[in-house]
Write a protein that binds this ligand. Structure first.
Ligand code: SF4
Length: 458
């Protein structure tokens, strides 16, 4: 068993029986479930919208090299600089180099999962650069020293009371503060950081190839401030974020917001097409775009797994997953959790170490059912299991067990050797992990074969 797998199993056991955790998660996911149908009502044909979105992503990903080159050519025309990075180390170094050049001491950052992939904040802290999370949920998580819990709602596992307590401990506020008071406190603290920051970092929900632009959606205005107030704007984006055309946003923006939060459209939708141009009053002097691979081209080369690159990170599959709802986001110990995280992590990182995630699923198919871009998530989970076996990563005990099972199943005589009582004792002893938390398995005294004979005699 890999180290990641034993950590996952240990944490799963703890979280699955944590009633407080379950209460908060169920409450927050229930709010989400109540909002989403309202947002989805805006589509005359929701199924068609999802299919179109999938086709557009397919179009972009099948010719990813060309789509990205188009994007680069168009955005560099207006003075932005594109930096291609193979892995997290290269991306961190490139960002640090820019920060050093700008003599940056404080950096403001809007919500970006790809920077979590880089562990960017830790890297900058080692070089005495303060990287401040400006999204409220991320700000809460940073105060608490925790990574995001969910790809859309980073502090989903915390109640208002827990956040008020955290603010009281870290910022000296009243532990009985209301949600509004807590938000105002964060706002006041963050405003000064925007004023101080030499560099702003954002992610990108979409990279728009035909105009060379970055599309960012958000509800707090913090991403807009992060990319426009500091003199330097750095965008960090995975290469799969590209879409062919600006007109595609008419579909992707409402799709992302309705599946992500149940909104028809998020409060702030921004397209950035380069640094401040001559004659313009707003915007940064310089803009850099870090295009990150970090395992994505490996996925692109895999004909089946490639489909997972269509993901627009709406988070719907996490909210729908019975496993995620029981064990929560941190148990996965990965940047991306839930069904999509279980599908992509073994490819982005290492199949041998992370193959256990493809078993963190009931295969109910609910994730596939709710996916905004119709990714066949549960089939890809099965595909990962298959790949792990093909690559020789199945444990020896598992291989022997299946061999024995197959031999017994193909021979009636062997199936009849043991009577029901023997089978019951044997299976319950072997399936110890199952019977620890479930009632014991009980076999009928006679085998099916014996019962059949008996029935026909009568
Ligand atoms: S896999 Fe689908 S449902 Fe899950 S986050 Fe991505 S787009 Fe959303």
């Amino acid at each position: 068993m890999s180290q990641s797998s034993s950590i996952f199993q240990k944490k799963s056991k703890e979280k699955a029986f944590d009633r407080d955790h379950r209460k908060v998660i169920n409450f927050n996911i229930a709010k989400y479930n109540a909002a989403v149908p309202g947002g989805q009502e805006q589509f005359a044909d929701l199924n068609l919208a999802r299919e179109r979105a999938k086709n557009l992503k397919w179009k972009a990903i099948e010719v990813l090299d060309q789509t990205l080159e188009n994007f680069e050519a168009n955005i560099t025309k207006r003075g932005a600089k594109v930096i291609w990075c193979e892995d997290a180390r290269q991306a961190n170094e490139a960002i640090l180099e820019i920060c050093k050049e700008k003599n940056c001491k404080t950096l403001v950052k809007s919500k970006s999962m790809v920077t979590e992939e880089l562990h960017l904040n830790d890297h900058l802290a080692k070089h005495n650069i303060e990287s401040v999370e400006t999204d409220l949920g991320e700000y809460i998580q940073q105060l608490d020293g925790e990574p995001p819990y969910h790809i859309v709602t980073p502090a989903m596992h915390k109640s208002r009371e827990q956040i008020a307590q955290l603010f009281a401990e870290k910022l000296g506020t009243d532990p009985n503060d209301s949600a509004e008071q807590l938000t105002l406190t964060a706002r006041e603290k963050l405003r000064q950081k925007y004023m101080d920051a030499e560099v702003g970092v954002t992610g990108a929900n979409f990279l728009i190839a035909d105009i060379g632009g970055i599309a960012i959606t958000e509800n707090e205005g913090n991403a807009r401030l992060s990319c426009s107030m500091p003199k330097t704007h750095i965008v960090v984006a995975g290469i799969e974020k590209v879409i062919p055309s600006l007109t595609d946003l008419a579909l992707f923006w409402p799709l992302l917001s309705s599946f992500g939060t149940g909104q028809r459209i998020t409060s702030y939708s921004t397209v950035v097409t380069g640094p401040r141009q001559e004659g313009e009053t707003d915007g940064p002097d310089e803009m850099y775009i870090i295009l990150l691979d970090n395992g994505r081209t490996k996925m692109l080369a895999n004909e089946k797994a490639r489909e997972a690159l269509y993901c627009i990170r709406c988070g719907a599959c996490l909210n729908a997953c019975p496993v995620y709802k029981n064990i929560g986001g941190h148990t996965y110990n990965t940047t991306y959790s839930g069904p999509i995280g279980s599908v992509i992590t073994p490819h982005l990182k290492d199949m041998k170490e992370w193959k256990h995630l493809s078993h963190a699923s009931s295969l109910c198919g609910n994730c596939t059912e709710v996916c905004a871009v119709k990714i066949n998530l549960h089939e890809l989970l099965l595909e990962n299991r298959h790949e792990a076996v093909e690559e020789g990563y199945a444990p020896v005990v598992e291989k022997i067990s299946w061999k024995l099972w197959k031999t017994a199943m193909l021979k009636r005589g062997m199936m009849n050797i043991a009577n029901g009582n023997m089978k019951t004792s044997f299976i319950n002893a072997v399936a110890g992990a199952w019977t620890r938390n479930h009632s014991k398995l009980k076999f009928p005294k006679e085998s099916f074969n014996e019962q059949w004979k008996e029935k026909n005699k009568k």
